[in-house]
Design a protein around this ligand. Structure first.
Ligand code: WQD
Length: 345
């Protein structure tokens, strides 16, 4: 029996594959490599000493995906594949609806056909929209404010309707807060295309001199120092949360949402200070205006995940900063291999 990991070559996916393999699961990975590199999977095999099948396919290509279900006895699916850039989703909504929602529907149709009803779905805290009541619990009202968030919200609803149609479905909806950090080996990490949208990869590229300075998007929020507050969670803690959710869905049925966050908020300026403290690097920054669509404060109430999954984030902000920095230093060009870099020169 194997666990199918969609999007397994990505930032969250590759770290989740490491934890699955180390826990003794057999896995099969599908990924269209639009936002990731197969090099990450080569390194997953190197780090774990384990082998697994990888299929570079797009979920929308039904026949390709069906061949995976035919070739492997799939016990559960960890569904991470999806486009995830908020800004891009605002300018290219149809691309996001097609890729994220239609791709998920093809996957669920094949799961139904092959009698696979155990699913861990990668959702996002973005489904809480502009909820300013913190800490955010799973009971808070949902309401996305961009196409990316709406795809996550709609897929959550599709999964709930699946369970209504057949109560044997067992589904965990994992609402990620802000994943940062990297595998302690420095061999896996976040490898954004082009200029990073997210805070931590931007900080590490400023610290290494690749970018000139960090723009702090507003210091007029109702927070300690005026800059935005978020719940940063180490990607390895997040990966562990997928294992706990997998155990739960394999042992029960029903649909449950879980916040995967630390429950601790840090401001942008606190993150800069922590990063400088633990790495000794200087991160020059400039205060600019707010980024459209940003909210001031967002952090989780993670007690439901602790109570029902037996999961609690273990790693603190220092380790998140250090692991992010190590990944940046060890892989200045991300997953581009030395020979590819040489070829690009
Ligand atoms: C964090 C804080 C910014 C960059 C997004 C998506 C969310 C999820 C995680 C997919 C905010 C500030 C950032 C910069 C800055 N993605 N910032 N300068 O916006 O909380 O969440 O990524 O699931 O869905 O919305 O993360 O890292 O972009 O921003 O000041 O150059 O850092 O204003 O306060 P965000 P982020």
């Amino acid at each position: 029996m194997a666990i199918l990991v969609t999007g397994g070559a990505g930032y969250i996916g590759s770290h989740t594959c490491v934890e699955l393999l180390n826990a003794g699961y057999d896995i099969v990975v599908v990924d269209n490599l639009i936002n990731s590199s197969s090099e990450s999977l080569r390194r997953v095999k190197e780090l774990t000493g384990k082998d697994f099948e990888f299929y570079p396919i797009n979920l929308l290509h039904r026949q390709d995906l069906e061949s995976v279900f035919r070739r492997h006895h799939i016990e559960a699916v960890i569904h991470l594949a999806g486009l995830k850039a908020v800004g891009e989703s605002v300018s290219l909504p149809l691309r996001y609806y097609q890729n994220n929602i239609s791709g998920s529907i093809v996957l669920c149709e094949l799961m139904q056909e092959y009698g696979v009803r155990n699913m861990v779905f990668s959702s996002s805290a973005t489904v809480y929209g502009t909820s300013e009541s913190v800490p955010i619990g799973e009971h808070e009202p949902l309401g996305a404010t961009n196409a990316y968030g709406r795809t996550k919200l709609m897929i959550e609803e599709i999964m709930r309707d699946l369970h209504v149609s057949d109560n044997r479905w067992s589904i965990a909806l994992l609402r990620y807060f802000n994943p940062i950090g990297a595998h302690s080996s420095g061999r896996l990490g976040e490898d954004p295309n082009g200029i990073p949208n997210n805070l931590m990869p931007y900080i590490t590229q400023v610290a290494v001199g690749k970018l000139k300075e960090l723009q702090v998007y507003g210091n007029d929020y109702d927070t300690l120092d005026g800059s935005g507050v978020r719940d940063y969670i180490h990607v390895v803690d997040l990966a562990q949360g997928h294992l706990k959710a997998l155990e739960k869905v394999l042992a029960s049925s029903g649909v449950e949402a879980y916040n995967l966050g630390t429950g601790q908020g840090y401001s942008v300026l606190e993150m800069v200070a922590a990063f400088e403290r633990v790495t000794g690097r200087h991160v020059p920054y400039r205060i600019t205006s707010r980024r459209p669509g940003d909210i001031g404060v967002c952090y989780a109430d993670p007690t439901k995940a602790r109570r029902e999954l037996g999961w609690v984030a273990q790693k603190g902000i220092d380790e998140m900063c250090l692991d992010s920095w190590r990944w940046q230093v060890v892989n200045p060009q991300g997953y581009l291999e030395e020979n590819e870099i040489a070829a690009n020169l």
